[in-house]
Design a protein around this ligand. Sequence first.
Ligand code: PEP
Ligand code: MN
Length: 269
Amino acid sequence: MPPYKLASRDFHPDNTIIRVGNVDIGKDVVIIAGPCAIEGVNFVEQAKQLSKMGVNILRGGAYKPRTSPYSFSGLEEEGLEILAEARKQSGLPFVTEITDIRNLDLFCQYVDIIQVGSRNMQNFCLLQELGRISHPVLLKRGYAAKLDEWLLAAEYILAEGNKNVILCERGIRSFETYTRYTFDINAIPAVKTLSHLPIIADPSHGTGRKELVIPVAKAALAAGADGVMVEVHPDPERALSDGGQSLTMNEFKELISFLGRLQCRTIRG
Ligand code: PEP
Ligand code: MN
């Protein structure tokens, strides 16, 4: 047995399937979309449009871990309220990031899927607390984490009893600076071999450049990803965070129409 016993495919040969809203994550191809951060009530309109386009799950940060303390760090509880209103009006569940264990009760009240960001992948106390609830957890890969470290982080959650863990490849730091991070395409089939947990691709953070998002999303799906999570903003140039990697609604339509044409199961075997 590998050290991440509960996360390993040796221990659990069948794919883990997690039902959220209208999708079975781990079986269906899931589309998660929304802005990097919730910036205001305009998000409710965007959510309704995303729902009509065929998105399965909304995304948007209310608590944003930022490299600089002077950057916009989210609307906090007001952001969660806006996400909840968007859920009501669009019919779609949402994923949003937790940055502080002290907000766990609040997240349990509001949130459908709790995201652990790259910077918190090895926040072991946070992982253990998330293991004691039953909400699905989207565990992003630390940007300098090896696959075994990532799967061991998942193990922290699983070992406490929460089996609803979804992995998210979001790029790793390499010597390349043209892109923000290097999307690790290898990680998709490697994790599928090593683990039964679903894996979602985040080509937005994985590249940091909007023109690369759709090609890398396609590559990740061809490599066997269970879905994609993409940053989409109505006006990326004015976005308060990650505008350079955010697609406009029109650009995002291209990815949606590709997914429609693809009949993903065919390419994914
Ligand atoms: C995000 O999803 O907006 C985010 C901050 O992601 P990461 O933790 O991968 O940087
Ligand atoms: Mn972002």
